[in-house]
Design a protein around this ligand. Structure first.
Ligand code: PMP
Length: 401
């Protein structure tokens, strides 16, 4: 008997989760596997945040909070946007959710009508497409190649907009490419969007604190203030404060849209955990030294990855932000394995790296572009060194036919 309806059958299991689950299954069989597939900081959540959660539990803050969340968290989010992004929001312009993921899902569930389309520059974070399609929208993928550093150009955007376009998805810094839009580039996109009032903008800035070599991340409505009343900025504490398991995301946007998100939340999760809300407020309001410590670690790890990739025929644009590299792997497509199989595409290459090298990575096709691999460097330097050495050795076993 199938328990799956047609709608759910139409979407994929998250490919990064699937790769990580395969790695876990191989480990359970006793294999040594290095997991470079998941975008999850390996650090522990900083102690003051954990302490705030413990205090909240002991103080009895263990009840429903209502969908719009605790005032202490909303105020901390408002202060964060003012302090870090130079943006002013009121309490009714802030939403919270069980991770940024819930906010994004609710956004499409609550706002898309059947003929609406959503522009998604590719490569993209893999959940965008499935979330849009699941909620009845049409995902329009806009491939952006390495020649534009995987970024959407104003010309490309202008050519893609139709009367049906409802949302543009921006992810800055990008998962998987690590590309960061400059303020001028955002302004260029904004100039196009100003001419199309039916298009709203979702700016996913969850990786804003992970950036390299003096790169600045400008929040979209800061660069394009005229579009603030049709932009939803999505963020969360998962990546910045190593809080993936706390499941707390937040967003800022027009009050009418926030009311839609709150309505859906009231009928689904009710609210994120009250304890996580207090912890997130402590993260946003508390000492920020963890951000610099994490950034220094990611900077060292990025250098290790780039050094290792230079020993291979994978070609990479060094990432400006986030904790991924997204090398092109076409040099290895068509090569032969020692037992005479041909590597047909990036999926086969990722499978080979896992089966023969014990290294889990995600094939580019999951992010909407073939012939790429995504490697996450959100893992310890020690793990990274061993994984990279295994990957370099494994790639060198592939011979030209
Ligand atoms: N956006 C992007 C681009 C992501 O990579 C992720 C997590 N992988 C999320 C949103 C969701 O984050 P969370 O639900 O943990 O807040």
């Amino acid at each position: 008997m199938s328990f799956e309806n047609a709608r759910t059958a139409g979407i994929r299991l998250s490919a990064s989760m699937a790769a990580s689950m395969r790695a876990t299954a191989l480990r359970a069989q006793g294999r040594t596997v290095f997991d470079l597939s998941l975008g999850e900081p390996d650090f522990n959540t900083p102690e003051p945040i954990v302490q705030a959660a413990l205090d909240a539990m002991q103080a009895g803050l263990t009840h429903y909070t209502g969908p719009s969340g605790l005032a202490v968290l909303k105020e901390a989010i408002i202060r964060k946007f003012a302090r870090e992004n130079g943006l002013t929001y009121k309490a009714d312009e802030i939403a919270i959710g069980v991770g940024a993921k819930q906010i994004l899902f609710d956004l499409f569930m609550g706002s898309l009508n059947p003929d609406d389309s959503v522009l998604i520059p590719a490569p993209f974070w893999l959940s965008y497409r499935d979330m849009v399609e699941y909620n009845g929208g049409q995902a329009v993928l806009l491939p952006c190649g390495a020649e534009t550093n995987f970024k959407l150009s104003p010309e490309r955007l202008a050519a893609a907009i139709t009367p049906q376009t409802r949302w543009l998805m921006l992810n800055n810094p990008s998962n998987p490419s690590g590309a960061v839009y400059t303020r001028a580039e955002l302004e260029g996109l904004g100039a196009v969007l100003e001419r199309h009032p039916q298009v709203c903008i979702m700016s996913d800035e969850i990786y804003e604190h992970i950036r390299f070599e003096g790169v600045e991340v400008c929040s979209f409505p800061k660069a394009c203030p005229a579009l603030k009343d049709r932009t939803l900025v999505v963020n969360g504490v998962s990546k910045a404060y190593a809080m993936t398991g706390w499941r707390l995301g937040y967003a800022a946007g027009p009050a009418a849209l926030i009311r839609v998100l709150n309505k859906l939340e009231s009928q689904t999760t009710t609210c994120p955990s009250s304890i996580s809300q207090v912890a997130a407020a402590a993260a946003l309001d508390g000492p920020q030294d963890f951000l610099a410590t994490a950034q220094a670690a990611y900077t060292r790890r990025r250098a290790l990855v780039l050094e290792a990739l230079a020993q291979t025929e994978l070609r990479v644009v060094p990432p400006d932000g986030a904790f991924y590299v997204f090398p092109e792997c076409s040099a290895y497509i068509g090569r032969q394995t020692p037992d005479g199989r041909t590597i047909g595409d990036d999926i086969a290459l990722a499978d080979y790296l896992l089966d023969e090298g014990g290294v889990a990575v995600v094939p580019g096709q999951a992010f909407g572009v073939g012939n790429y691999l995504r490697l996450s460097f959100a893992t310890s330097e020690e793990n990274l060194r061993t994984a990279l050495a295994a990957m370099v050795a494994c790639l060198s076993t592939l011979k030209k036919g």
